[in-house]
Design a binder for this molecule. Structure first.
Ligand SMILES: [Zn+2]
Length: 190
């Protein structure tokens, strides 16, 4: 896979339609277990929770392929979304007309190429040719989902109509942005 080009922090967006964003600098381990400095853009109210969550993933040596803010306000190219662990993206929900929690900086996708979005009824499988294999490094398992849950995020891997294994959204999103309801109300957290 191509490396992600570096972008300067001043190019990052500072607000969404739903409020202010903050750009976090987050240490993570790559797949060679080397410490890297990532950047992630999220709603400013959840910055400290996101920092704490990724600090815990760092401590358990969970590898992350790449973590860079999107320098594109709208429609980041697919190759960028597919390889990146990313928070804020100004986009619609996949297959739906409503805005995604990503558009408020209230969601992040973790290692998308190991944790696909699979929606059989609509023949959606993103990224193409990706496989969900819980035994592979960098894959979201119950252990990882539990850590994210502890820090306030719900996992798309337990949804019923589709599985969005890469996706985590803020459980109390409606308290920050009333238009955005918590995403997996009714789904059993396994
Ligand atoms: Zn997502």
């Amino acid at each position: 896979m191509e490396p992600v080009p570096k972008q300067m922090p001043e190019e990052f967006p500072t607000k969404s339609h739903y409020g202010k964003l903050c750009v976090l600098e987050i240490p993570y381990l790559n797949f060679a277990q080397e410490t890297c400095m990532g950047t992630m853009c999220v709603h400013e109210e959840i910055g400290s929770a996101v920092q704490a969550l990724f600090a815990e993933l760092y401590r358990i040596k969970f590898p992350i392929f790449s973590m860079q803010c999107s320098p594109w306000e709208k429609r980041p190219p697919q190759w960028f979304l597919f390889m990146n662990t990313i928070g804020y993206v100004d986009k619609k929900r996949t297959g739906k007309a409503s805005l995604s929690h990503h558009a408020a900086g209230l969601a992040f996708d973790l290692n998308p190429h190991f944790n696909p979005l699979i929606w059989p009824e609509r023949s959606i499988h993103i990224p193409p040719n990706s496989v969900y294999n819980p035994a592979a490094a960098g894959t979201v398992t119950k252990e990882i989902a539990d850590i994210c849950y502890k820090h306030g995020f719900l996992w798309g891997g337990v949804w019923h109509e589709k599985k969005d294994y890469m996706h985590f959204s803020w459980a109390e999103s409606d308290k920050l942005v009333p238009e955005l309801k918590p995403e997996n109300a009714g789904a059993q957290f396994a």
